[in-house]
Design a binder for this molecule. Structure first.
Ligand SMILES: [Zn+2]
Length: 370
């Protein structure tokens, strides 16, 4: 039995989300499957995101899913020069003008063709439209230059067994919607779809949770409450709006930093936090930090970028209403990070609050306590 799922081009912004609800096509891969995708996309032009070839872009797409996957995982294999084919027992990714006789129109970016037997997917091939211009990049989509990574990630969602939520009368923020837009990564809804199919992502993760230990969360909350008062009363800042409430900010900034300090890159850490927000549980860290006396935090630019991503998750994925706070988003994330930096470098709660206070008052970065 064969199904085809089309991804069409749309420049329009994604609609406002209502209730979250992914759509499952039905069949799934058996537990324990390593789903090997054979990348047969040929040579690439110079790619905007620094990938040297299409295989790199396809592997990055698979990795977006892998951190969220429980009982199965995706693997990409560069496999040039081998003829692709329907029902050959391999999952092929290739450029063509038609998918096994089905002509790809100019509005169709890619097609996933899959086969199943007794509710189990047995093979899935991805055909990218060879008549279109392709690159690999992040951010807003360009009109006539298509991003292979996000389209591959969408198609891999079909390979895993997800359908299009927007074709089932649902309005959700999801990469699995039938029309591609400026969204370049998975959303909470996409992740909840694969959690429903394959269980908690933490299951079977070999990496440790991380060796860098953080202070108890109630102390970070206490710090954040102090910061609110400092901004309102001492600095006289006006109230502003934030989609992320104070509790969410403290919990998720701390989790983001925990992943970063345990060897995850920015994107890997954001992806792991998103999985936790989706209910996927704690995801394995990326490695063990190098031994050293001072714990090095990520740059403020990256932490601030995380805070903006968190704001988008609360607004778009979770549909939260904005709440009032006196601490703007940048101050929120920068000072939580500074508080934690002091805490992780030998300072007590009281010392850390005092040091951040002096920084806010313009006395510069304070020495750590070891
Ligand atoms: Zn699709």
């Amino acid at each position: 039995m064969k199904h085809r799922l089309l991804l069409t081009i749309a420049m329009a912004a994604l609609a406002v989300p209502a209730a979250r609800s992914y759509y499952l096509n039905g069949p799934s891969w058996p537990a324990g499957s390593v789903i090997s995708m054979h990348v047969q996309l040929g040579p690439s032009p110079r790619l905007a995101d620094g990938c040297l070839d299409w295989a790199c872009s396809a592997a990055a797409a698979a990795e977006l899913w892998n951190v969220a996957l429980g009982r199965v995982r995706l693997r990409t294999v560069q496999d040039e020069g081998v003829a692709q084919g329907r029902q050959n027992g391999r999952n092929d990714m290739f450029f063509a003008s038609n998918a096994y006789g089905y002509a790809l129109e100019s509005t169709t970016l890619a097609v996933t063709t899959w086969w199943q037997r007794l509710g189990r997917i047995t093979e899935a091939d991805i055909t990218f439209n060879s008549a279109l211009q392709w690159d690999s990049y992040r951010g807003d989509i360009e009109r006539r230059l298509h991003d292979l990574r996000r389209v591959a990630a969408h198609e891999m969602g079909h390979v895993l067994g997800l359908g299009h939520p927007d074709e089932q009368g649902q309005t959700v923020h999801a990469l699995m919607n039938s029309k591609i837009g400026n969204l370049d990564t998975l959303t909470v809804d996409d992740i909840q779809g694969v959690l429903a199919l394959y269980g908690l992502s933490g299951a079977g993760v070999a990496e440790p949770i991380g060796t860098v230990a953080f202070p108890p969360r109630d102390e970070t909350f206490e710090f954040r409450a102090w910061l609110e008062t400092k901004y309102r009363d001492a600095l006289g800042r006006p109230a502003t709006l934030s989609y992320t409430d104070v509790e969410g900010s403290v919990v998720w900034v701390q989790e983001y930093l925990r992943y970063r300090l345990n060897a995850c890159g920015h994107e890997g850490a954001v992806g792991r936090v998103r999985i936790q927000i989706a209910g996927g549980g704690i995801v394995g860290a990326c490695g063990t930090p190098k031994p050293g006396s001072v714990i090095v935090f990520p740059s403020r630019d990256e932490t601030h970028a995380f805070r903006r991503a968190l704001e988008a998750i609360y607004r778009d994925d979770l549909g939260r209403a904005a709440v009032k706070t006196y601490v703007d988003a940048e101050g929120d994330v920068v000072w939580i990070q500074e508080y934690l930096r002091y805490r992780l470098n030998g300072c007590t709660h009281a010392q850390s609050v005092e040091k951040v206070g002096r920084q806010i008052d313009g006395f510069g970065v304070q020495p750590v306590c070891r």
